[in-house]
Design a protein around this ligand. Sequence first.
Ligand SMILES: [Zn+2]
Length: 758
Amino acid sequence: MLFLRHSISLGYRNHKNVIMRISSKFANDYDSSVLINGHFDSPLGSPGAGDCGSCVASMLELARLIVDSSWVPPRPIIFLFNGAEELFLLGSHGFVKTHKWSNTVGAFVNIEASGTGGFDLVCQSGPGSWPSYIYAQSAKYPMANSVAQDMFGIIPGDTDYRIFAEDYGNIPGLDIIFVLGGYFYHTSYDTVERLLPGSIQARGENLFRLTQAFANSSMLLNADERSLKVEQGTMEDRAVFFDYLSWFMIYYSRKLSAGLHSLPVVVLLLVPLFLHSPNNSVNIWFATLFDFIKGMLFHIVSLVFAIALPVVSAVLRLYFSTHAMNWFAHPFLAFLMFVPCSIVGLLLPRTVWAFLPLSQDASHLKLSKEVISDKAYFWGTFGFYISITMVYLLAHLGGGFLTYSISLSMLLSWFSYRLSSQHYGHQSIKSLAGYLIPMIPCLLYVVYYGGFLVQFLIEKMGMMGSLPEPFGYFVQDAVVAAIIGLVTGWCIGPLLPVVGHWLGRSSILQCLMQVTIIALALSSQFFPYSMDAPKRVVLQHTFITAGTNKVVESRYDFAVVDANSLAFLFKHSPEAAEMLHISSEFSFEENSHSDSSSWVALFPVPFLFSRTLKLPADSDSMLNHYSMLPHVSIHDSVLISKAGHRRVHLELHLGSVGEIWATVLNITGPLSNWSFADHKLPAPERMNGGPPSYICRLSGSTKESWTFWLEASSSEALRMDVAVLDQYLVDETKRLKRLFPSWADITAFSTFFSSYDL
Ligand SMILES: [Zn+2]
């Protein structure tokens, strides 16, 4: 399967799911049912209160509520307490492939968490628009929009939704995810007291209504009924939907959106006729439209400046600062640094060019150049938003409503502005209010949505990955600056054609620049991390082994997943540095870096690592703890053809390792088949530009060994690297882990590597 866009085969045994089914006494085994899925396993080193103890708690309470309420479910409700999601969606795979009830599921709700609460966002829905329609009808606190669906394809992430709705079942369903509190996601800080208040209550209320709505719906079909329906082509496309400040949902079909979203284009084409009525001619129409295009380009230039100026400020600050991401633990700093300079960027073109070079003849129209230029600028800006809406429409994406609602609001505000300026005059503050007031509902929405997006992004920057020097140091700051610039452009851009006059004065620009400079200087005094915003560090105690009890090498591998390097970490962790003999003369550049094959036990996560370090470690304590090490024994090699085509039978013994999380096999050479994953090889991966390699990941607690075979298509040797990841740490490593400061979250584990030529 693909996981985070890397191909990998998975083998598993002995993972536990817990399944509960609530039905009326008249229900049959094959009745179509509603599935609620949430996982109770957690990733390495995390207690998993948010991800996903919160999901399990909601499901238990939902089950209690169904039993205690007077509502009798007309169709069965299945609760899947999923025991292996973090190991790449194995629990849901096991259910879909092997359980007798899996074919009865007519709709599913997958609840997940990528944080400790906050927005309980519908991130994916489908296939078809029915699940999102049910959500729009029934959710008490709706948090859903079709942009999230467009975005999910871009942001790396995977949930059980893919197994149910896409890869195996084609079951209609919803993917509902807690998206804030991302600082603690997959860390040791994901504990019960950090759950965001109110989130679970809101989720529970939504979930109860959703379950009822799905169970009551006539569209709830089991797998056989559904396959008939798909053949008849009655499953419609995804819809356009969004919640307004979580108060209510606006929902319409893709077909309707094609009509609705195109309407402003018609308005824009008709406007030149109204503006110059009754002196219309084709020439005037073209000249006016041409001026609108100039207005649009002018607005685009403003938006580019609104993004570029914060990015430049961010980069400049980093040149004078010893660390990146100072806004990480204090998001307000990001707003303080980047919003004022983004506004300067928006206003700058306006202060340089007071009005546009016009194609229309001002003397002929008996209007001042300024008035004509203002109109061209307004309609050009309007044209910009409807162009984005059209791009969305043509790309078959669901997010166009954002720019569509901006363009509608601008239209309404323009009428109100025209009316009030006839009464109070062009320059009056009351006319300005006439433009602003009708814009408020739209502005509120853009601020709500943009603010959420920035907060979400800031939290996720701590795990975005460390990119290679020298640019890696700048990436996180530049991304946050650019997004804040973009959001500021969204919020203030629609106001510019009218408000730009008032704001585009040099005194205001100077003031905003001064705020930016003070904020940049001040922010460098803040430390990027805290207990509430930990830095993520990965520590692997690596043992290279041979046979059943020989350790060839023992070492520590370190990696970080954000812009601040390991040099920064050790500078602020003097005790750990001392234990590892890292003195002030230690050069992080010159000392050996561990390559990505050292991290294969975590595959495919190591694509996030570029700043790694390896340091020698002691191996004696490990040999005291383990009487037998993980190893592979070769049973026999059967020749299939004279050309060297052969099948090698092998047995993987896990030795006396205790808390195995996963074993990863990395095979290079002429591999043509294997006994894993229904005898199918995944697409080969390449590590560090090395030879194509096939990766299989085995998991599940077991006392027995794994027996399997590999087939080679030639006499050339097959190489198999085996990495066994154990959660156990020797005392020395536990002590090292404790020496780091509390703002560092250390995910530590032991890995046993052994290699075989077959
Ligand atoms: Zn999860």
